[in-house]
Design a protein around this ligand. Structure first.
Ligand code: GDP
Length: 514
């Protein structure tokens, strides 16, 4: 977020880990989450009154805490991630000991890996007669998850979600891994976090769960969330308790949103309502403009991102009809050499293209390639909605050729707009021989003399030109930073009104590096 300078984190303190439970259907994710919640001290004391708010906090007898995302499976994880939210620290991979590794187990591993989330394996259902935990270890080893006891670095815990056996041990291991990860946050900062869930309640209005990730959130705080904003009217935790404040890794249901935010939106506290409104408005505008120009995550777009340094590699999700063709495609792709850009298959599998493939592609800015396979209806809808590029091939040569062509496309220079800052018009001065000068306050970034600028009124761009004159008090200056007042003269333009926003930007031409 470039809307504000980062406050320094001077008071870093350990924070609870945020955990997601993933795995194949029916391997016991929901049962495991229930079992975990049963170990909750607070819950036992209160007689088990839980609220569904999208995440829950498990508190151990010694006071240590773990936050679990309530929705099991990787859908929640990747749909949050698709919005750019990085919320999970650890993934618990549930594998049923009587069933072993299944397709969604592999998918879950790939998703966790795509986002560098460390995995702990819970080998579940060990109470069942047919359970074979060693087989699970062997199968997962083949996928690169090698148990610690075999010299690898993946923690395996044999559990029964049904009987509760070894659940406490699993929690201990999660906390151990959390210690190793040195998860920290500064509770003294203004709160920042992510929207986990949101809904419109008939009585309460907009209700959203915020996972606080940095700082401490207080009742009364003013915030921006995605393209909306508000003031915290009330906060409730997952046990239904009213809170006055919530620190790092705490999920809280918040009342006081002006409008419905989306799961995955960022949430942050700002100094005052005016700032909140302005940031939300600027984001809305930006989003609209982006939507207008967006051609989706086409190959060209992805390469543009690579050029801009946002991506270091071309990520592909490859779905094929047979293992043989998957191997052949992997081989051919690895033969394409490029100095700057690595080609990485983040998920390669046999079968049709699913909605999960699309969400994973969206989340990691990848392209989906289908070889003799097709997307199902849900996947098609998701691809359109999320603007993910799905390319279908039946000839390997054509597939490889497309990737090569795209690499060459990178040699073209790309025009990129960079917003330098924005200022609000607070007064208009009519000056003879010069014209109308806008008395401004710089809201974000900086405004720069001779830079390009547009004038925005009620969300609509009504002028696009440049800043011709820039003064601080009576002095001509080169630039004026956020938080200062200045006088701006727009080139060949006089129709300025109080309340208008001047956005200052530049166009950069970037030459490809290949
Ligand atoms: P999910 O689809 O991964 O969320 O799986 P569920 O939690 O819904 O569990 C699927 C089935 O497996 C249910 O019938 C559970 O009762 C059962 N189950 C889950 N964990 C265990 C376990 O540890 N032992 C036994 N015997 N059954 C389990």
């Amino acid at each position: 977020d470039q809307e504000e300078e980062e406050e320094p984190s001077e008071n870093l303190q350990p924070r609870p880990p945020v955990v997601v439970v993933m795995g194949h259907v029916d391997h016991g994710k929901t049962t495991l989450l229930d079992a975990v919640r049963k170990t909750n001290v607070a819950e036992r004391e209160k007689g088990g009154i839980t609220q569904h708010i999208g995440a829950s906090v498990v508190e151990l007898p010694d006071g240590r805490k773990i936050t679990f995302l309530d929705t099991p499976g990787h859908e929640a994880f990747i749909s949050l991630r698709a919005r750019g939210a990085q919320v999970t620290d650890i993934a618990v991979l549930v594998v049923a000991a009587d069933d072993g590794v299944m397709p969604q187990t592999v998918e879950a591993i790939n998703h966790a890996r795509a986002f560098n989330v460390p995995i702990i394996v819970a080998v579940n259902k060990i109470d069942k007669p047919g359970a074979d935990p060693q087989r699970v270890r062997r199968e997962l080893s083949e996928l690169g998850l090698i148990p610690e006891e075999w010299g690898g670095d993946t923690i395996f815990v044999d559990v029964s979600a049904k009987t509760g056996q070894n659940i406490d041990q699993l929690l201990e291991y999660i906390l151990l891994l959390a210690d190793l990860l040195e998860l920290k946050a500064d509770p003294t900062k203004r709160a920042k976090g992510t929207i986990i869930e949101s809904k419109l309640d008939k009585q309460k209005g907009v209700v959203a769960t915020v996972l606080v990730q940095e700082g401490t959130l207080y009742v009364g705080d003013i915030f921006v969330a995605g393209t909306t904003y508000g003031r915290v009217r009330a906060m409730t935790d997952d046990k239904g308790r009213r809170l006055k404040s919530a620190g790092p890794s705490t999920p809280v249901e918040v009342l006081g949103f002006e409008d419905l935010p989306m799961a995955g939106d960022t949430f942050k506290v700002v100094p005052d309502e005016k700032t909140a409104r302005q940031i939300a408005e600027a984001r809305r505008l930006q989003k609209e403009q982006l939507e207008k120009v967006s051609r989706g995550l086409a190959l060209e777009e992805v390469f543009k991102k690579i050029q801009e340094g946002e991506l270091k590699e071309l990520k592909l999700i490859v779905k094929t009809d047979t293992v043989g063709s998957l191997e052949a495609i992997k081989k051919s792709l690895s033969d394409i050499h490029s100095q700057e850009v690595a080609i990485r298959i983040i998920h390669g599998d046999v079968g049709g293209i699913t909605e999960n493939d699309i969400m994973l592609a969206k989340a990691s800015s990848a392209i989906v390639i289908g070889f003799n396979t097709r997307p199902d209806v849900k996947a098609k809808e998701a691809a359109e909605r999320e603007k993910v590029d799905v390319r279908l091939y039946s000839i390997i040569y054509e597939l490889i050729d497309d990737v090569k062509k795209a690499l060459k496309g990178m040699l073209k220079p790309v025009e990129k707009e960079v917003v330098l800052g924005s200022a609000e018009v607070r007064a208009v001065f009519k000056i003879k021989s010069v014209g109308n000068v806008a008395g401004c306050y710089v809201l974000e970034g900086k405004v720069v003399r001779n830079a390009k600028a547009r004038l925005i009124r009620n969300g609509v761009v009504i002028y696009d030109g440049k800043i011709e004159g820039l003064k601080r008090f009576k002095e001509d200056v080169q630039e004026v930073a956020k938080g200062y007042e200045c006088g701006i003269k727009l080139k060949d333009y006089n129709d300025i009104k109080v309340g208008d926003v001047i956005e200052c930007y530049e166009i950069k031409l970037e030459q490809a590096q290949l």
